[in-house]
Write a protein that binds this ligand. Structure first.
Ligand code: GDP
Ligand code: ZN
Length: 459
């Protein structure tokens, strides 16, 4: 299949430094060669080499930019096609000029969002889980999240899914052969084989699903509210967290929300902080902001960091809030523990019998590590799974894994009930198909369109 040649700016637009224009397809090398003045002849250079030169408008002879051009010939390239990348160091205008010039070449057109990755998929270089991982990688909000995505790009999940499909295909072949032998003992043997193979699939799918929740947390961050009365140290805590981690502010592309979310990591776990504007509020001596605003944030949070000051007796508002938070995932932070203790712990315990309690002094930079431990205890039963685990964190994968598991369980039930194997075959086939949809071996065009349309331009 020969596809037309596509081009787009592949780096984030508007940021200084270097911008890269990526061109992919059979016309990539000849098109760029036409506008490239250099000692190197792009048509003849070795693959994976970089060349210095000038981009010149071939019609007017006008010089536009000094650039570095990288040539990567297919199939050893990201898209498995010939790829040329033009690195420019200029601002947006000159990058745009170079791109316009490239797009004016015969046989070229602008790439759609995700189209480079889609080509890699269409050309068989990556499967769907890997393509989705590329997207996750672009959006990853913590080191760990990107480690998960990297593994997926690397094809780990793909190989596991392939392995499971292999088991099921063997089983399907076996059933096929034996359908024509209605003797009872053959039938019984096949039913046994169905039980073992489907049992294997179920237990491995279960293992994958167990990682799903943790994968989701690591990928999306724990939605967290920092609450407490004015002056207990919320802003200080936020600053300490942000400083440690270089707060990442993102607006997630493709969603209509215009809320800006802020991410920090604590002990490697990403937190998505709610209402940081409220916490940064400098006028929070005003009572109503403190508590009313806290209440709103609490509703949406998966984790609440309730900050108290050790230097003050428990306030009525705090007592009330503690009682409300009893049944929630809450960590009580006893801040300002460098000050003489005025707060009586018994009063806290009256409202919340078994709190996750962390003593802290933001001022003296103490307690952040314990805070990380407390979060791990709540969300990961104390331990983060080893980085070696393959995490499933994509909602689409999770849904399909569950469907595959249900079909495999149906097959086992049917075998137990003595249902004829040609009928059981349908369930086995369903399990095999659902797994195939995960890595795209069995995915329809509309699904593929939908997945790639979520990408940003130039990827
Ligand atoms: P917020 O109103 O809850 O956001 O509290 P701030 O973060 O604005 O802090 C209020 C005051 O408490 C500031 O003067 C901080 O410097 C001080 N503060 C914050 N953390 C500590 C701490 O651990 N120990 C002491 N002694 N003071 C602190
Ligand atoms: Zn504050």
């Amino acid at each position: 299949m020969i596809l037309d040649t596509i081009a787009a700016i592949s780096t984030a637009v508007g940021e200084g430094g270097i911008a890269v224009i990526r061109v992919s397809g059979v016309e990539a090398v000849p098109a760029v060669e036409r506008m490239f003045r250099s000692k190197s002849k792009l048509g003849e250079v070795e693959s994976h080499t970089v060349h210095y030169g000038r981009i010149v408008d071939p019609q007017t002879g006008e010089a536009i930019e000094e650039v570095l051009v990288t040539v990567m010939r297919g199939p050893r390239s990201f898209t498995a096609e010939d790829v040329v990348e033009i690195s420019t160091h200029g601002g947006f205008i000159s990058v745009k000029q170079v791109l316009d010039l490239v797009l004016r070449q015969p046989g070229l057109r602008a790439a759609e969002p995700g189209e480079f990755t889609r080509r890699a998929f269409l050309n068989g270089r990556i499967d769907l889980t890997q393509a989705e991982a590329v997207m996750d990688l672009i959006r990853a909000k913590s080191d760990r999240a990107s480690a998960i995505a990297l593994k997926q790009v690397d094809g780990r999940l793909a190989r596991m899914i392939q392995g499971l499909r292999g088991e099921l295909i063997e089983l399907l072949a076996h059933i096929e052969v034996n359908i024509d032998y209605p003797e009872h003992d053959v039938e019984a043997m096949t039913a046994d084989y169905i039980r073992t193979q489907c049992g294997k699939v179920i237990s491995r799918v279960d293992e994958l699903l167990r990682t799903a929740n943790e994968g989701k947390i690591l990928r999306e961050g724990i939605t967290t509210a920092i609450v407490g009365r004015p002056n207990v140290g919320k802003s200080s805590l936020l600053n300490a967290l942000a400083q440690d981690n270089r707060a990442i502010v993102t607006d997630i592309p493709g969603t209509t929300r215009d809320v800006i979310e802020e991410y920090v990591t604590v002990g490697g776990i990403p937190l998505k902080l709610l209402d940081t504007a409220g916490i940064r509020e400098t006028l929070d001596t005003v009572e109503q902001i403190g508590v009313a605003r806290s209440r709103a944030a609490i509703v949406d949070a998966d984790l609440i960091l309730f900050v108290l000051s050790a230097g003050n007796a428990l306030h009525e508002d705090e007592r009330e809030l503690l009682a409300q938070l009893r049944s929630r995932q809450c960590i009580v932070i006893l801040n300002k523990s460098d000050l003489p203790r005025r707060l009586e712990l018994e009063q806290v315990l009256e409202q919340m019998p078994e709190p996750q309690l962390v003593q802290m002094s933001v001022l003296q930079e103490q307690g952040l590590e314990q805070l990380g431990d407390a979060i791990r205890t709540i969300f990961f039963a104390g331990e983060l799974e080893s980085a070696d685990l393959t995490y499933v964190s994509n909602a689409r994968h999770i849904a399909l894994l569950k469907q595959a598991k249900a079909a495999a369980a149906d097959a086992i039930d049917a075998a137990d009930a003595g249902i004829p194997i040609d009928l059981i075959q349908i369930d086995v086939r369903t399990a095999w198909e659902r797994l195939g949809e995960i890595n795209g071996e069995n995915a329809g065009d509309s699904l593929i369109d939908q997945i790639f349309s979520q990408f940003c331009l130039g990827k």
